[in-house]
Design a protein around this ligand. Structure first.
Ligand SMILES: [Zn+2]
Ligand SMILES: [Zn+2]
Length: 400
């Protein structure tokens, strides 16, 4: 007997497990502690808190530590239980957490920046603490000695930072919308290249060291997947958010990308499909379908005594077309267009229903998200927002 195929029901959604609400101000960064029912949060209210789940099912702080300045970012390394916290004062403070997460011992502190620290990233393999600040500096310090090793001046302040341990490349995403790739040595660095693809600031970066793919999220609502390992310079756009993208996480075992935006949207992208690059938009003085002139082509308008038309572009073939020749809309999921976009009439006919099948699922977290963290071993997601609430989600219904 042939095996019965059960299509996945459309009702699969992330399951809200817990809400943690006790911070006086916004939680800027929070992480789920792997293998532990615990969360570490740093907040604008100057506190570092370690929340452990109690028998009541509620999360209560086992550590509540007040810092001299608002805590803006952090990096937690579960193997060494090392916590690096960046502050509004430009200082980076490091702590070692006890095995039971009931205690936190200060390790060292150093003035890494002149202004607010925007991202901090601890790299165990190198014993480096990378950080960026509103002073437009990218620096790295030795996590053992606290000594400054090197720095690089960025064009704008940085909101996304990732590091590839194998090749020692740092990916730096900034407010001008560009991603800078730097090759780091012990005490110096060199500029490799810059990626320019976003029309808004880069708000989040995510590096998958296995596929060697970099994802960048932006305030322009888009995500770009930069295929660095492919060696062909492919950049694939993912359009599935209606608002500023705020966080990106990659689930390597299922090859899914999780993204969130400030309107509370969570999108889960299937990256196990062959995606296509969007075409370059072609320039033409007349519609490339019906040959009617566009309104700036006065000569042809005069010669043929026709009124100029507005130029549009088909998102699938990139041709310059008039409104009449591109009256239909379609999703093109394999080009990253999960929402309907303008296509020319011939492309509309050529797109099959199969090609229109979505490659992403869309969910509502019901709070504005400014930060998220995915813990792949249990498939849990943490979201935090300006509502000062941390939400914990079981993502296994949708990330599997
Ligand atoms: Zn036309
Ligand atoms: Zn077309």
């Amino acid at each position: 007997m042939a095996a019965e195929i059960h299509p996945k029901p459309q009702t699969r959604t992330p399951v809200l497990l817990s809400k943690i609400e006790a911070s006086q101000e916004v939680v800027n960064t929070a992480v789920i502690i792997p293998k532990e029912d615990g969360v570490i949060s740093v907040s604008e209210d100057r506190t570092i808190r370690i929340w452990l789940k109690r028998d009541s099912g509620q999360y209560w702080p086992s550590v509540y530590h007040t810092m001299p300045a608002p805590c803006t970012c952090m990096s937690f390394n579960p193997e060494t239980r090392r916590l690096s916290v960046g502050m509004d004062s430009g200082e980076v403070s490091e702590f070692i957490l006890s095995e039971d997460y009931n205690k936190m011992t200060p390790a060292q502190s150093y003035q890494a920046h002149q202004g607010r620290v925007t991202v901090v990233l601890f790299v165990l393999e190198m014993e480096w603490v990378l950080s960026t600040g509103q002073d437009k500096n990218f620096t790295w310090h030795c996590s053992e000695s606290g000594q400054r090793l090197g720095g690089y001046r960025t064009t704008s302040w940085v909101s996304g930072l990732q590091f590839d341990v194998e090749t020692r490349h740092a990916f730096v995403g900034d407010h001008s919308g560009q991603v800078t790739i730097l090759k780091l040595e012990q005490d110096s660095c060199s500029l490799v290249t810059t990626f320019k693809g976003h029309t808004g600031s880069v708000t989040a970066l995510c590096w998958d060291p296995v596929q060697r793919v970099l994802f960048s999220g932006s305030s322009d609502h888009s995500i770009i997947m930069w295929d660095i390992g492919g060696g062909k310079g492919t950049a694939i756009e993912l359009q599935g958010h209606n608002e500023k993208v705020q966080g990106l996480c990659y689930a390597p075992h299922t090859r899914q990308l999780i993204s969130c935006s400030c309107d509370g949207g969570i999108v889960i992208w299937n990256m196990d499909v062959t995606r296509q690059e969007t075409p370059e938009w072609l320039d033409s003085d007349s519609c490339q379908k019906c040959e009617q002139p566009f309104f700036w082509n006065f000569k042809q308008m005069w010669d043929s005594k026709r009124i100029g038309l507005r130029q549009h572009h088909c998102r699938k073939c990139g041709q310059a077309v008039c409104g009449k020749c591109s009256s239909k809309r379609s999703t093109i999921p394999l080009m990253g267009f999960e929402f309907e976009v303008r296509v020319c009439d011939s492309c509309h006919e050529s797109i099959t229903d199969e090609e229109r099948a979505p490659t992403a699922t869309f969910h509502d977290s019901k709070h504005s998200i400014i930060h998220m963290h995915f813990e792949p071993t249990r498939g849990w997601l943490l979201t935090s927002g300006p509502d000062k609430v941390i939400k914990l989600w079981d993502m296994t219904p949708v990330v599997s």
